[in-house]
Write a protein that binds this ligand. Structure first.
Ligand code: CTP
Length: 478
């Protein structure tokens, strides 16, 4: 399949995180970005940035050659994901992991249980399965040759052979190499197999030469990636069962309202968008979702919706549904206080100042944390106006006994309540992942990844305990 040069600006606004994610096929997608060694590797840094700006989660994989031109740390920092270099569990260059995802790009001094796969025994297979799309930019003649011949000589080629995701390769090399029949045959073979190959540009090459073989502009590569992702999405049926098949999840959403009298209430600015996006993401991954909603929005198809208004109603609904749930996400902005009593008649105006006595509501998340079912994953939110999101999120995680807390900034224009975007960090017991300014749907996807990681770690722990108990039993019996 040949890609004609995509017209620049074909996805004008949608290439930014500030566009409607509906038009942007990369939003919320996991894109594996392969980078080979060549002078054009510096442009891959910009490709990485533009992919993340488009709302994609980028998994950078660098060849050893690439690390001579660009630092893995640059990609780790831009993608908020460890840049992987090797197939083997040994630390690579600075900021890179050796394919196990066991480094600590956020500098938290911790391992990586919340989504990057510290327990990946076979990193190329794990990466290949996680990717919705693979982009290799720049791709060297060696990469094209190995890929065409089915030779896995490093993490990138092994991942390319293992993935079932659509692949876009963007060759860059000297004109003589590009025109060599061996390279042209490899390109033709890859195209016949369905790989998209972006034609190189004509222009300045390494060493001051001029000719065909120059890596296209990062913008063109991202436009090509989005076009391929869009075509793949239209061609593929929706994810059938999903990684969360069989999991029951409860998601709360919206802001509760605490009545003062029949016409007035104490409320907050939460729109419910984030909770609804999480419910939709968990449904797409196969979970059975009960959405306890204090928001007036069209629910995602397939959710069991329980409409509530007050914190007390939300507590009843959430605590009831949580009794049989494996995952509970408290995305709702629950009122911390309610009026001590509700007037039966409308409160009449008077000239004198008035005050309303408030009493605390039940803290649903803390209650869930205190009486949690074994193996249940608890997710809380921390809506904060202060900048120390990570620290405040971690405090809330500990105080409420949650596994994950999404700390997000509220009270500023363009992020938080009522906005399509959030400035957010995901805090787990072991690490903090700063998502920066992110589309709420992309945030939902990253959170779902983190939930899956906690579920997997908990299942592994249970299996291990069962195994140990069994061994103990055997030993006792012999
Ligand atoms: N929450 C809850 N029940 C409440 C209040 C909050 O379950 N009565 C949950 C929210 O759904 C959210 C988390 O607790 O997941 C954090 O809520 P937040 O209001 O940000 O924090 P508080 O604990 O209320 O502390 P503060 O307002 O002082 O920051």
């Amino acid at each position: 399949m040949e890609v004609g040069r995509p017209a620049l600006g074909h996805y004008p606004a949608s290439m930014s995180n500030h566009a409607g994610a509906g038009e942007n096929p990369l939003a919320g997608k996991t894109v594996l970005l392969g980078v080979c060694g060549g002078i054009a590797a510096y442009k891959a840094v910009e490709v990485c940035r533009r992919l993340t700006d488009a709302g994609a989660r980028v998994l950078p994989v660098l060849t050893r050659g690439a690390t001579r031109f660009v630092a893995p740390l640059t990609f780790s920092a831009l993608a908020a994901e460890p840049a992987r270099v090797s197939l083997f569990p040994r630390l690579g260059a600075s900021g890179a992991t050796a394919g196990t995802g066991s480094s600590d790009p956020a500098g938290t001094g911790s391992s990586d249980p919340a989504g990057t796969g510290s327990t990946e025994p076979v990193p190329h297979i794990a990466l290949a399965r996680r990717a919705d799309l693979v982009v290799v930019a720049p791709a060297t003649a060696r990469l094209l040759g190995s890929y065409a011949a089915g030779i896995s000589s490093d993490l990138l080629t092994a991942t390319l052979l293992a993935t079932r995701a659509p692949v876009l390769v963007c060759p860059a090399m000297h004109t003589e190499m590009w025109e060599h029949p061996a390279v042209q045959d490899n390109v033709a073979l890859l195209r016949r197999r369905g790989v998209e190959v972006l034609e190189p540009d004509e222009g300045r090459l390494a060493g001051g030469d001029v000719g065909k073989g120059r890596l296209p502009a990062p913008e063109a590569i991202v436009v090509g990636a989005a076009a391929l992702m869009g075509r793949a999405q239209r061609a593929a049926p929706a994810r059938p069962a999903g990684e969360l098949a069989g999991v029951r999840a409860v998601v709360s959403a919206g802001g509760t309202r605490e009545p003062i009298d029949p016409v007035r209430y104490i409320g907050n600015r939460s729109s419910g968008q984030q909770g609804y996006a999480i419910a939709a993401e968990l449904l797409a991954r196969g979970a059975q979702v009960t959405l306890v909603s204090a928001a007036a929005m069209e629910p995602p198809p397939g959710a069991d919706v329980v409409e509530v208004e007050t914190a007390a109603e939300m507590a009843d609904a959430v605590l009831g549904a949580a009794a049989s749930a494996g995952v509970v996400v408290m995305a709702a902005a629950v009122a911390d206080y309610r009026p001590a009593s509700v007037l039966e008649e409308k409160w009449k105006k008077s000239a004198a100042p008035v005050s309303v006595a408030l009493v605390p509501t039940i803290d649903i998340l803390a209650e869930l944390g205190a009486h949690r079912r074994p193996g249940q994953v608890l997710v809380g939110f921390a809506a904060e106006t202060a900048r120390e999101l990570a620290e405040l999120g971690r405090r809330k995680l500990e105080a409420k006994g949650a596994d994950l807390v999404v700390a997000n900034e509220v009270g500023r224009p363009g992020t938080g309540f009522g906005s399509q975007y959030s400035r957010a960090v995901i805090v787990s017991r072991e690490r903090t992942v700063d998502l920066g300014l992110v589309d709420k749907r992309a945030l939902a996807s990253r959170l779902a990844d983190a939930i899956e990681a906690v579920l997997a770690a908990s299942a592994a722990k249970t299996a291990n305990e069962a195994h140990t108990a069994e061994e103990g039993g055997c030993a006792a019996g012999t």
